[in-house]
Design a protein around this ligand. Structure first.
Ligand code: SF4
Length: 437
């Protein structure tokens, strides 16, 4: 087809896997995937994010910049901001089509049709035609919950595999359920066929990805543990990381199975959001700090046997949720510093999202206060991360070497997510080797 397409991704690992899947479809049909800075581009495909107000603005700004850069090219937009801020995106010059969350299976066929019609090169003309199509396509515009399968390729050593989409939890600050729809997934046999396709590319590590990953099985009657057991048998894939999982869905049964020896690595990204029970219930979260602490302690007890490497916990925390007093923030700080002691804290200043219950609250927190709380947790995170590195000194771990650094060393991640660097050797990239941390 000899058409140039450039794909741009904003946001999370899920978006990254989806864009990579669109790219495979377009390249398979003969398109050339190029950087957005290249000249003579026929079509831009932008996968947007809407997790904060800032992400929405950033998505629109990038679309405007692309149109200024290549006014001849048509712009096709998908992703969470496309679902939640459709009108605002449609109004931007050069936008040929906006796809909602339920239409991801239509993205590549539409782009190919536009490119074949050569309408893509006629910018505005193409846009008009696309808009016409959209109007009749969008009647009723309801989200139906078909699942769009996706995985990332293009990285030599690791792939993000989407196993689940959407969420039924409706936490009081979050718009993801509105952007991505209800919790749903593909059947296990479908996910296994994708894992085998990834193994066929020579990739050895898979990051299991979703919106509410642990809720896998909701639309097929299967379970997340069933999925892990099936993935464990895929030959060629040596190790799995779970990208993020709700504490109540990382059950003791799953932890026990992992502890009995599986390819799932001792690296868990678990959203806490607050270390204060009053705020947790105001957020609509489904556990207390006592539940959370008990879960972390159980995982450590089962996986950190004598001499073994420490488990890497990456913990999400929102600061400045409406009503969070200095004292409540102090409670969160102390809970992290003295009870959970994670290896890393992912810190998010609360972002007021239209359409969420928390946005309606009158006791919003000032930005300057949020900033101060972010800085306090950043300092704590640095301290805890250094302590984690020290606590693993002298322990053994297997590292998947993924690149040769500028300094000429071979670098990769240990099983428990410590960055390791060793002298470069021919053939070391994409090899898994035991090292002493
Ligand atoms: S679990 Fe809560 S925070 Fe996470 S995606 Fe669902 S609604 Fe949002």
């Amino acid at each position: 087809m000899n058409k140039k397409v450039a794909l741009i991704t904003l946001g999370c690992k899920l978006n990254y896997a989806e864009t990579s899947t669109y790219e495979r479809g377009l390249v398979k049909a003969g398109c050339e995937a190029v950087s957005w800075t290249e000249t003579g581009i026929d079509l831009f495909l932008v996968n947007t994010c809407s997790v904060t107000e800032h992400s929405d603005k950033k998505s629109r700004n990038i679309i405007r910049k692309l149109h200024r850069t290549a006014p001849q090219a048509a712009i096709v937009v998908t992703g969470c901001s496309a679902q939640l801020r459709r009108e605002a995106i449609e109004a931007i010059d050069g936008v040929a089509k906006v796809f909602g969350a339920a239409q991801k299976n239509e993205v590549v066929p539409y782009c190919l049709a536009l490119l074949r019609l050569g309408a893509a090169k006629s910018g505005a003309a193409g846009a008009k035609q696309g808009k016409a199509e959209q109007q009749d396509a969008e009647a009723g515009g309801q989200l139906d919950n078909d699942f769009f399968g996706a995985y990332s390729s293009g990285e030599r050593t690791r792939s993000f595999l989407k196993v689940q989409d959407g969420c039924d939890y409706k936490c009081h600050y979050c718009t993801v359920p509105y952007a991505r729809g209800e919790s749903r997934n593909a059947p296990i046999h479908y996910i296994i066929s994708q894992a085998e396709a990834i193994a066929a590319e020579g990739i050895k590590e898979i990051v299991i990805t979703g919106v509410n990953t642990g809720d896998f099985g909701k639309s097929t009657g299967e379970s997340f543990l069933d999925l892990l057991k099936a993935l464990d048998k895929v030959s060629g894939i040596e190790r799995y990381r779970i990208s993020s999982i709700e504490p109540n869905l990382l059950t003791e049964e799953i932890v026990d199975w992992i502890a009995r020896g599986s390819k799932v690595l001792p690296h868990f990204h678990i959203p806490l959001q607050s270390g204060c029970d009053t705020i947790l219930s105001a957020m609509g979260r489904r556990y207390t700090t006592a539940d959370f602490a008990a879960k972390i302690a159980y995982i450590r007890k089962r996986l950190e046997k004598e001499g073994r490497q420490k488990v890497f916990f990456g913990i999400d925390v929102i600061v400045g949720f409406p009503g969070e007093t200095d004292e409540m923030f102090r409670t969160t700080y102390d809970f992290l510093a003295n009870t959970i002691k994670p290896a890393f804290i992912h810190i998010f200043p609360y972002s007021r999202r239209p359409g969420t219950p928390a946005a309606e609250r009158r006791d919003q927190i000032q930005d300057s206060v949020k900033t101060a709380r972010v800085e306090a947790l950043e300092a704590l995170c640095e301290k805890l991360h250094n302590e984690f590195i020290l606590a693993n000194k002298g322990k053994e771990s297997k590292v998947l070497f993924e690149l040769k650094s500028k300094s000429g060393a071979a670098e990769g991640w240990s099983e428990n997510y410590i960055r390791v660097s060793v002298p470069y050797e021919e053939g070391i990239i994409n090899e898994i080797r035991k090292v002493t941390l």
